[in-house]
Ligand binder design. Sequence first.
Ligand code: FES
Length: 109
Amino acid sequence: MPCGDDTAATTAAAGARLTLAPKGTVAAVQRGETLLDGCNRVHAPLAQSCSGHGVCGCCRVRVVAGGESLPPPSEREQLLRERRDYGRDERVACLAVPAGDVVITTTYW
Ligand code: FES
């Protein structure tokens, strides 16, 4: 399903609902999966040069809503956020595991 497609993917009963703004594409995120996993599930183009290993910092996303559903950044994520000069509302998609519904965006969607 392309990123621009507004159809919703199935929401996981035990997971979270990830909405990609501004198009409103919805991805199911299973328990324990990352924001990047959700984006990949709906084939949303999200920059990544380390294949989701938390090294490059390219998978930067801005949290539009539902930030309270994300745990505080891990030490690893915080280090990467500082190195890459992330804003307060930005997260490393391959390291952030939502516990509830979240809305995210990027500068290129
Ligand atoms: S894809 Fe490289 S840090 Fe997330």
